[in-house]
Design a protein around this ligand. Structure first.
Ligand SMILES: Nc1ncnc2c1ncn2[C@@H]1O[C@H](COP(=O)(O)OP(=O)(O)O)[C@@H](O)[C@H]1O
Ligand SMILES: [Mg+2]
Length: 358
C-alpha cells in the first residue's frame, strides 16, 4: 500500500532568470496526505501545477505509478485539482457544476446522477442538486468544488490552499472534513498551504519548502520536534533561535553558559544554531538556572502564560509556562538536554533562514 505513487525527479523550473524550483525531488506514497508547506513564493503552486500537468518543468521527470508522465496533458493524468478560487460556474446549478467533467467524458445520465448524489453526500450537502451557486456560503462552495473533483475518481487530489478564503472557524471545520474525506475515499491528497497549523493538523507527511528547495520532509511530529535547520524551526511554530558554540559532543555554550544537550557529531568548538521551543524553557530560581535573566514581559494566553525573559547579553527569550513569574522578577533559565535542538548553520545563502512575518 505504501509504494511511491508519484515521484518528482530533479525538477528544475525558472521563469525568465528566476529559478523557482531548483533540482527538486520528492516521493509521494499511495494513500498519504502530503502537504507542501512554505512561505508565499517558495514554489508550492508551481510544484503542484507540474504534478497536475498544467506547467512543464525545464528539466526533470514526473513519474506516476512507475510510468513517466512528464509530457502527458492534465486530462490524461489520474488526478484532479481543487484551487483556492473554486471557480464554480455561477449560471449553472450545483448538479451541473459537479457533472461538468463527467458530461465532457460522455458518461451516461444515470451514472452521472448517481455520482452527483454520492459526492454531495460525501461533502455533507445531500439534496443540494438544484440550488444555485449564489445561494451557497463560501464553505459550501468549496465543498462543491471538492465534490466536482471527486466524481472523476482521481487517484490523487491536488489541493492548492483550498481553505485560504474561509474564516478561521470554518477553516478548522473543513480541515476535519477533508481528513474524513481522504480516509473515506482512500486516495492520495497533495495539499498546499502556507499555514503551519493546518499542515500539522492534516498531514501524514509535511514537505517544508523555501525558495524552491525542500528544507525538510517528515511527519508532523518530526518536523515539529526535530527541525533540521533554523528555517524549519522558525517556520513551524515559535522558537528561540540563538547562536551557540558546540564545545564538544553533548555540550553547547550559549551566551557563555554551558548547556548539556544530547546532540553528537557536530565537532569541537563549532558555531551552531540552537533552537529551543518556548514551552521547553523552565523558569527556576536564579541560582538554579544555567543562565540568569529578568522577566520583561508577561501576557496571559488562556492555556498558558507567555513571558519574555531578557538575559544580560540582551537576548529576549520567549517562554510559555502554566506558572507565572511577574515582570521584574529575577529567574534562572533551565532547559532539559533533550529539549535543546542543535543545527548546523546554513551552508549556503540559498538555505539562509529568512524571517517570516505572517
Ligand atoms: N507564470 C509565472 N510567470 C513568472 N513568474 C511566476 C509565474 N508563476 C509563478 N512565478 C513566480 O515563481 C515563484 C514561485 O511561485 P509559486 O509557485 O506560485 O509560489 P507559492 O505557491 O509557494 O506562493 C514566485 O516568485 C512567483 O512570482
Ligand atoms: Mg501558491
Amino acid at each position: 500500500m505504501s509504494q511511491p505513487l508519484i515521484d518528482l525527479v530533479n525538477i528544475t523550473k525558472s521563469y525568465d532568470s528566476n529559478v523557482v524550483l531548483d533540482d527538486l525531488s520528492l516521493s509521494v506514497k499511495e494513500n498519504s496526505f502530503v502537504t507542501l508547506l512554505g512561505p508565499s513564493g517558495c514554489g508550492k503552486t508551481t510544484t503542484l501545477r507540474i504534478i497536475g500537468g498544467f506547467e512543464s518543468a525545464d528539466s526533470g521527470k514526473v513519474i506516476f505509478g512507475g510510468n513517466d508522465i512528464t509530457k502527458l496533458p492534465p486530462n490524461k493524468r489520474q488526478l484532479n485539482t481543487v484551487f483556492q478560487k473554486y471557480a464554480l460556474f455561477p449560471h449553472m446549478s450545483i448538479a451541473d457544476n459537479i457533472a461538468f467533467g463527467l458530461k465532457i467524458k460522455n458518461k451516461p445520465k444515470q451514472y452521472i446522477d448517481d455520482k452527483i448524489k454520492y459526492a454531495l453526500k460525501l461533502v455533507n450537502l445531500d439534496g443540494f442538486e438544484n440550488r444555485s451557486v449564489d445561494s451557497l456560503s463560501g464553505g459550501q462552495q468549496q465543498r462543491i468544488a471538492i465534490a466536482r473533483a471527486i466524481v472523476n475518481e482521481p487517484k490523487v487530489l491536488l489541493l492548492d490552499e483550498p481553505l485560504g478564503a474561509l474564516d478561521l472557524k470554518l477553516r478548522q471545520d473543513m480541515q476535519y472534513e477533508l481528513i474524513r474525506l481522504k480516509n473515506e475515499l482512500g486516495i492520495t491528497f497533495i495539499y498546499v498551504t502556507h499555514d503551519q497549523e493546518e499542515a500539522l493538523t492534516m498531514s501524514d507527511t509535511i514537505v517544508v519548502m523555501n525558495q524552491g528547495y525542500i528544507q525538510q520532509m517528515g511527519s508532523p511530529e518530526q518536523i515539529y520536534n526535530e527541525p533540521e535547520n533554523a528555517f524549519v524551526a522558525d517556520f513551524i511554530g515559535e522558537s528561540n533561535i540563538v547562536d551557540g558554540l558546540m564545545l564538544h559532543d553533548e555540550l553547547v555554550e550559549i551566551f557563555g553558559a554551558k548547556f548539556p544537550c544530547v546532540d553528537r557529531g557536530f565537532g569541537v568548538r563549532q558555531p551552531v544554531d540552537v533552537v529551543i521551543r518556548p514551552e521547553d524553557i523552565d523558569l527556576v530560581k536564579p541560582e538554579l538556572g544555567t543562565l540568569e535573566g529578568v522577566v520583561t514581559h508577561l501576557i496571559f494566553k488562556g492555556v498558558h502564560y507567555e513571558m519574555e525573559v531578557t538575559t544580560p547579553d540582551g537576548f529576549e527569550w520567549l517562554v510559555h509556562s502554566t506558572d507565572m513569574c511577574p515582570v521584574g522578577e529575577k529567574v534562572g533559565i533551565h532547559v532539559d538536554p533533550f529539549d535543546i535542538q542543535i543545527m548546523n548553520k546554513p551552508a549556503s545563502e540559498d538555505e539562509e533562514a529568512v524571517s517570516i512575518d505572517e
